[in-house]
Design a protein around this ligand. Structure first.
Ligand code: AMP
Ligand code: GLY
Length: 415
């Protein structure tokens, strides 16, 4: 049973469906796309007791959690208490994503490379620090903010206004009561994800995600407008270095802190002239990174997931296709602000055979596929390199249509 309803969950359900060991896949709640590979169950990803009942009723052998919300609510704790097999970290492990202050302290304590920064719980202290420090400064709300909790302030005034909004006006509620102020790192960003069974880790191929809404990284932050894998600027040697200097020490550190981490550990890294440094950690697969990573995995995903849950990742060797993948997100007009759902999507039957489409904000009603969210589709092309995968995907995206649809034209361009 795959929990969630985005493009990431469609990709997970699709890859899990490929396993010869799998008889049946459920998606809760799923979307218009998961219907083709799974039985959609109309249960919210946050309704843990109903998900538990469904897992018992349908005799689900493995539940896989997509988004962070249910992890923070303790879904893995609840399933484990009832003896049900579930892929993902406990609430305690998820703290590495749900509290940026915890993450920062953990990295400091274990000397893992990150941006220099300070945690503030008092506005006056934060304001004084801002006045004494040369901008640019990166300001982060401690708690989960759906991608809206980070701002790069190019002036002290801008920094002060943002911090005041968080700490004095409570703009993000409890999530903004604590604030982290960091140096602004320069370099290129990469997402390095790894399966972790609490002791051993299996890194995945690296991927890059595009957070800004418009071409050339303009416009507001979004959940992610596209992705590609592999990035040329982050080769095997760099990935190995980040695995040994960052991912492995973090898994060990979490253990020492009594927060054993089983699931997917996602490191958002800045590759600086001084080596890779941590920007953030997530406790789950990334969206839209998953849509370009899983098509490259040759192994049975269920084998890896079961080994992760059962603490025997040392027995698994992942194999990755040398092909590159480029994923373009087609978003609703107006996203990431307001947009109109319920618009018909056409053109899925006009795509070339090698093109994959992972659906996110879609729903099927009376045989018609309609938009039902901001990030509607991730269209994925593959090729011998990123340039070829990019050419494949962009020669197909314009065949897909819904009113007001929008996508970036520069995904994979500067790989
Ligand atoms: P986060 O949610 O912490 O990953 O931050 C969101 C985005 O803000 C990242 O993807 C980066 O683009 C940017 N960012 C975060 N921290 C820093 C930093 N210390 N220096 C430069 N950019 C950063
Ligand atoms: N792609 C960013 C995230 O999944 O958080």
């Amino acid at each position: 049973m795959v929990v969630g309803s985005g493009g990431r969950e469609h990709a997970l359900a699709w890859k899990i469906r490929e396993s010869p060991r799998v008889e049946e896949v459920y998606a809760a709640p799923g979307n218009g796309g998961t219907k083709a590979v799974a039985h959609n169950l109309p249960i919210s990803a946050h309704d843990i007791s109903s998900l538990l009942t469904a897992a018992q009723e349908y005799k689900v052998d493995l539940t896989v959690v997509g988004p962070e919300g249910p992890l923070v609510l303790g879904m893995v704790n609840a399933f484990r208490e009832k003896g049900r097999s579930i892929f993902g970290p406990t609430r305690e492990g998820t703290l590495i994503e749900s509290s940026k202050a915890f993450c920062k302290m953990l990295l400091s304590k274990y000397a893992i490379p990150q941006a220099r920064g300070t945690i503030f719980t008092d506005f006056t202290d934060a304001a004084r620090f801002i006045q004494e420090t040369k901008p640019p400064l990166v300001i982060k709300a401690d708690g989960l903010a759906g991608g809206k909790g980070v701002m790069i302030a190019s002036s002290s005034d801008e920094a002060l206004i943002y911090v005041s909004g968080l700490m004095q006006e409570g703009k993000l509620g409890d999530a903004g009561k604590k604030v982290i102020i960091e140096e602004c790192l320069e370099g290129r960003e990469v997402s390095l994800l790894a399966f972790s069974d609490g002791h051993d880790i299996l890194p995945m191929v690296p991927a890059c995600d595009y957070k800004r809404a418009y071409n050339q990284d303009q416009g507001p932050n979004t959940g992610g407008m596209g992705s590609y894998s592999p990035p040329r600027f982050f080769d095997d040697a760099e990935a190995h270095r980040a695995t040994e200097d960052i991912l492995r020490p973090v898994v060990r550190a979490m253990n020492r802190e009594g927060r054993e981490f089983r699931g997917v550990l996602y490191a958002g890294l800045m590759v600086t002239s001084d080596g890779p440094k941590v920007l953030e950690f997530n406790a789950r697969f990334g969206d839209p990174e998953t849509q370009v990573i899983l098509p490259r995995l040759k192994n049975d995903l269920i084998d890896i997931m079961l080994a992760t849950v059962q603490g025997r990742l040392d027995n698994v060797t992942p194999e990755w296709d040398s092909d590159a993948c480029v994923g373009v997100v087609m978003a609703s007009g107006g996203y990431p602000q307001s947009y109109t759902p319920g618009l018909p999507i056409t053109g899925l039957n006009r795509l070339d055979e090698d093109i994959m489409v992972f659906q996110g904000g879609t729903v099927e009603r009376e045989g018609r596929l309609l938009t039902n969210g901001g990030r509607v589709l991730t269209v994925v092309g593959r090729g011998k390199d990123v340039a070829e995968a990019r050419e494949r995907v962009y020669s197909n995206v314009n065949r897909l249509q819904f009113e007001g649809c929008r996508y970036r034209q520069d995904i994979g361009l500067m790989s």
